[in-house]
Design a protein around this ligand. Structure first.
Ligand code: SAM
Length: 217
């Protein structure tokens, strides 16, 4: 998607993707991914997800990258926390202890930025992007994270015609995108109830969410 699309979503507060609570798959499946450790976590296309506070509260240093400065500002303000802001190019950084949000384009990150990262949390990042960009996203992610990095990936699939995002990403596509460079473990696929808040709002029927654990070889 064009940057303008997302800037407009944030300035108009059209952020239906924001859960405002801890994601249930993160809660259930993070302990196995992290092994209970406190390694550094990268959160691509992070929005203002509460999940980052949850991860940080469990001892993980967190680095999120997000296009929108509004999202970064709101993330700290809504939690009643003050962040040190350093305007810059290509990223303006917001820092509170060992929780950092970098406002700017994911595709501007370089391997040196993420050399300390051992874990990645992808909720609504891959599925926020149209098909050609998903390939670029995975290629870039693979280029910037260290070998051995483990990823918790949450995807969404549906057959209903809706205006994306979110885009539908099948389990097969996940294998196509990641199998060259990652060991892939399919954790679960869950059918969302048709009266689920999200499926109702989008008019989705029979949508499924999948959770994967990936390890970069
Ligand atoms: C669907 S939202 C998901 C946000 C978050 N992961 C969550 O679970 O709430 C996708 C986010 O990615 C951001 N985004 C889109 N393209 C980006 C890019 N190239 N670099 C950084 N952030 C981007 C958007 O501004 C938006 O906040």
């Amino acid at each position: 998607m064009e940057h303008e699309f997302w800037h407009e979503r944030w300035s108009k507060k059209e952020i239906g993707f924001h859960e405002g609570t801890v994601n249930k798959y993160l809660y259930d499946h993070w302990p196995e991914l992290s092994g209970g450790g406190t390694e550094s976590v990268f959160v691509p296309l992070c929005g203002k997800a509460h999940d980052m506070w949850w991860l940080n509260d469990r001892g993980h240093p967190v680095l999120g990258v997000e296009l929108s400065k509004i999202a970064c500002k709101d993330f700290f303000e809504e939690a009643g926390e003050k962040a040190m802001v350093h305007p810059g190019e290509p990223f303006t950084t917001f820092r509170h202890d060992n929780l950092e949000l970098w406002a700017g384009d994911f595709f501007q990150l370089v391997p040196d930025d993420l050399k300390h990262i051992r874990l990645v949390y992808d909720r609504a990042a891959l599925i926020a992007l149209p098909q050609p960009m998903r390939k670029d996203y995975v290629e870039h992610l693979t280029a910037i994270i260290p070998e051995g990095t483990r990823i918790l990936l949450i995807t969404l699939d549906y057959k209903t015609r809706i205006t994306p995002p979110p885009f539908n990403v099948s389990d097969e596509e996940v294998r196509e995108l990641y199998s060259a460079d990652y060991d892939i473990e399919h954790v679960l696929t869950n059918t969302l109830p048709n009266d689920h808040m999200f499926t109702k709002r989008k008019g989705l029927i029979g949508a499924t969410e999948s959770v994967f654990r990936l390890t970069k070889r």
